[in-house]
Design a protein around this ligand. Structure first.
Ligand code: C5P
Length: 217
């Protein structure tokens, strides 16, 4: 295969938010659009990889040549990631909810008598950390970090804490979430590669080139 190709590699990508139900009609969510993760899945497929994209609830078309698995909750996402293994490269872009509602109601909660319901939260599994320290760890594990300050320092800490090889850090103090542009720092063990702000598709292609460099032909 030509240099820059990911042919023969299996790339696993998570993208989007998760929805954590409160009751059958309500949920906790976040502002992730899924655009950056979908762009990475598309770029990896274009580079010849087999791509599994585990997607939270988003309104995006499935990129060409990508196998998509739709999930709603963090626990469903964790199970779908496990089911997709083995993979050579894992890119965990999803904005996974840190907490779920501990006992989601089976019926719609009703307004009643002046009281408000108390929501007890439970911690969700950390999909990235579990994968990176698990028995079927992909050779290259890449996490993302959305920060609003001290972006690189927090990313380096996150890289170590979660046993990821690289953390792609982005400054979300602007309007990155849902926007079409992104500026990222690829934080690795021995260096940091800072890319200028560019469309998320271009960020994806730049990242995929680095993945291919990490798997020399
Ligand atoms: O700790 P934080 O949520 O900022 O870490 C972000 C990174 O961890 C992202 O790569 C995200 O996809 C991943 N993550 C995960 N499972 C969680 C929380 C975060 O895979 N429960």
């Amino acid at each position: 295969p030509p240099a820059g190709s990911l042919r023969g590699r299996h790339v696993l990508v998570t993208a989007g938010p998760t929805h954590e139900p409160i009751d059958p009609v309500r949920y906790i969510a976040n502002r992730s659009s899924g655009k950056q993760g979908f762009a990475i899945a598309a770029a990896a497929a274009q580079a010849g990889a087999r791509v599994t994209l585990v997607a939270g609830p988003v309104h995006l078309a499935t990129p060409a040549g990508v196998e998509r698995v739709d999930v709603e909750t963090a626990r469903e996402m964790a199970a779908a990631v496990e089911a997709a293994l083995p993979a050579d490269i894992a890119v965990m872009v999803a904005a996974v909810a840190d907490w779920r509602v501990a006992d989601a109601a089976g019926q719609k909660l009703k307004k009643q008598g002046g009281g408000v319901p108390a929501l007890a939260l439970a911690e969700n599994p950390d999909i990235l950390a579990g994968l990176a320290s698990g028995p079927r760890r992909p050779q290259l594990v890449v996490g993302f970090a959305a920060e609003t300050q001290d972006v690189i320092r927090y990313a380096q800490e996150k890289r170590l804490r979660k046993h990821a090889d690289w953390i792609v850090a982005n400054d979300v103090s602007g309007d990155v979430m849902g926007g079409d542009l992104n500026a990222v720092h690829i934080v690795r063990a021995d260096d940091v590669i800072s890319l200028p702000e560019m469309p998320k598709e271009d960020v994806a292609r730049a990242l995929v080139e680095r993945f291919a460099d990490a798997f020399p032909r």
